[in-house]
Design a protein around this ligand. Structure first.
Ligand SMILES: Cc1cc2nc3c(=O)[nH]c(=O)nc-3n(C[C@H](O)[C@H](O)[C@H](O)COP(=O)(O)O)c2cc1C
Length: 208
C-alpha cells in the first residue's frame, strides 16, 4: 500500500522527534519561568554618605535595581517625578516633609505597564522611615492582583522597616515576599554588595 492510502486508512506514521497520532505520551511539563520587572525610584544629587555630604550622580537604589536586573536578566522601570526633586539635600528633605504631611506627593511621569509580568521587584529609598509618597502614588495606581511583589530599599540607618506591610496595604491581592534593605552608603562607596543580593534572590528562588 502506498503512503497516501495508508493515511486514508488511518495509519499513523511516526516521524522522529514528533509524537505520532494516538500516542499516549504526554508532553513533559516544564515549570514556567516567571516574567520579572524591576521598578524603582531613586534620587541622584547631594546625599549623606556615612555622615559626609556627597554628590551621587547615580542614586543608591538605582545601583541596587541594576544589580537585580542584571542578575535576573530582567527589564528596569524607573519612576521619574514630573518635577525632579532638588539636587540639594536640605531642599529635598523639606519637600519630602511637606509631601508627607499632605499625604500626597508630586506626580510621576508614568506608571509601569505591568501586564505580562508575574513578579515586580519594587525599590525605593527610605524617606522619613518609610516609602516616599511619590512611590506610594505609583503603587496605588497599579493592579497587582495575582502578582508577586518583592520590596527592596536603601536607607541610611532606618532599615527596611514595615515596607512589606505598607506594600500589602496598597496591593491587597498581591503576594508580598521578604524584602531586602541595604545601607545606601555601601552602594555610594561601591562596596561589594552583589553576594548579599544574589544570596537573597536565591533564597527567594529567583535565578537567571
Ligand atoms: C528626603 C530624605 C529623607 C530620608 N530619610 C531617611 C530616613 O528616615 N532613614 C534613613 O535611614 N535614611 C533616610 N534618608 C537617606 C536615604 O534613604 C538613603 O540615602 C538612600 O540610600 C538614598 O537612596 P537614593 O540614592 O536611591 O535616593 C533620607 C534621604 C532623603 C533624601
Amino acid at each position: 500500500m502506498k503512503r497516501r492510502s495508508l493515511l486514508k486508512a488511518g495509519v499513523a506514521f511516526a516521524v522522529p522527534g514528533v509524537l505520532s497520532f494516538g500516542a499516549s505520551a504526554k508532553p513533559v511539563s516544564k515549570a514556567k519561568a516567571p516574567k520579572i520587572l524591576v521598578a524603582y525610584f531613586s534620587r541622584p544629587g547631594m546625599n549623606y554618605v556615612s555622615g559626609d555630604m556627597v554628590n551621587l550622580p547615580v542614586g543608591n537604589t538605582e545601583k541596587f535595581a541594576k544589580i537585580i536586573a542584571k542578575t535576573l536578566d530582567a527589564p528596569l522601570f524607573r519612576i521619574e517625578p514630573v518635577t525632579p526633586y532638588p539636587f540639594d539635600y536640605r531642599k529635598t528633605t523639606a519637600i519630602a516633609r511637606e509631601e508627607r504631611s499632605a499625604g500626597k506627593a508630586r506626580d510621576a511621569k508614568a506608571i509601569p505597564d505591568i501586564r505580562g509580568y508575574d513578579v515586580i521587584f519594587w525599590g525605593h529609598p527610605i524617606w522619613y522611615g518609610e516609602m516616599p509618597y511619590i512611590v506610594r502614588g505609583v503603587l496605588s495606581k497599579l493592579d497587582c492582583a495575582g502578582k508577586t511583589i518583592v520590596p527592596f530599599v536603601t536607607h541610611e540607618g532606618s532599615g527596611i522597616g514595615d515596607t512589606a506591610n505598607l506594600v500589602r496595604s496598597f496591593q491587597k491581592r498581591a503576594a508580598v515576599r521578604e524584602g531586602l534593605g541595604i545601607l545606601g552608603t555601601r552602594f555610594a562607596r561601591n562596596e561589594p554588595v552583589e553576594p548579599e543580593i544574589t544570596a537573597w534572590l536565591k533564597r527567594l528562588g529567583y535565578q537567571k
